[in-house]
Write a protein that binds this ligand. Structure first.
Ligand code: ADP
Ligand code: MG
Length: 243
């Protein structure tokens, strides 16, 4: 049994199929990266996993338990186990960094405020943002906001973290600090599904890489296999085009 098991997952937008039966898995603590051209379905796969886009078919199991995307209770249970961070950090503008990180545990999970704020401060410290706890988003750089967003995603103590192009909206000089944050997390036992254009980083950090194209998995392998010796022609041409 894998920590995350995705089997034959299908999804569509307005009747147009976009995911054509995706199967992949991740063991606990793995960093599995999704690569592939724009439009290949990477974001859609993450959106389905977190329950933002309903699946048309297939199954998702977390630690052997099937996720019920059709019901509120199923989604609520899922969001204790899985979090997502997007390219656009979407912090609450009227809340401090600390408030942003503490809010979900307080409002969604009923954690007492004092406890939630103490935990939020620890999380901010873990992403190097404790000194900025009382800053509002507009007082922070993009990289700092994204680190707060990562701390916020971790506040529900997810087992699985989904990261979708989290450095793509940042100024180049701010990318490194967010990658450093992810690198630290990668050794912490959390299971990650990562989508990133930072290919050197993907190559370095991934335990496995999944090549997607046109809503399907083309090839899966270790980082070295996919980057140094891809088997499929589609993977070779994609890797060739980006390196
Ligand atoms: P990727 O993240 O790999 O670039 P996406 O999952 O965003 O790919 O997109 C997969 C396909 O779904 C593309 O053809 C894209 O145009 C389409 N798509 C994505 N989001 C929507 C949407 N909200 N409505 C309709 N089509 C969408
Ligand atoms: Mg995308």
């Amino acid at each position: 049994m894998h920590h995350l098991d995705i089997h034959d997952l299908k999804a569509s937008y307005g009747g147009k199929p976009v995911l054509h039966g995706v199967t992949l898995s991740a063991d606990k603590g793995e960093v599995v990266s999704l690569i592939g051209p724009s439009g290949s379905g990477k974001s859609t796969l993450l959106r389905v996993l977190i329950g933002l886009t309903p699946p048309d078919g297939g199954t998702v199991c977390v630690a052997g338990e099937g996720v019920d995307y059709g019901h509120r209770a199923g989604l609520r249970a899922l969001r204790r186990r899985m979090s997502i961070v997007f390219q656009q950090f979407n912090l609450f503008q009227n809340m401090t960094a600390l408030g942003n990180v503490a809010i979900a545990p307080i409002k969604v999970h009923g954690v007492p405020r004092r406890e939630a704020e103490a935990r939020a401060l620890e999380l901010l410290a873990s992403v190097g943002m404790a000194d900025h706890r009382n800053h509002y988003p507009e007082q922070l750089s993009g990289g700092q906001q994204q680190r707060v967003a990562i701390a916020r995603a971790l506040a529900v103590e997810p087992e699985i973290l989904l990261l979708d192009e989290v450095t793509s909206a940042l100024d180049p000089e701010r990318v490194g600090e967010v990658l450093d944050t992810i690198r630290t997390l990668a050794g912490s036992g959390i299971t990650m599904l990562l989508v990133s254009h930072e290919m050197a980083f993907v190559r370095e950090i991934s335990t496995r890489v999944v090549m997607m194209d046109a809503g399907q998995v083309v090839e899966t392998g270790t980082s070295e296999q996919i980057f140094a010796a891809p088997v499929q022609a589609r993977t070779r041409s994609f890797i060739g085009s980006i390196i």
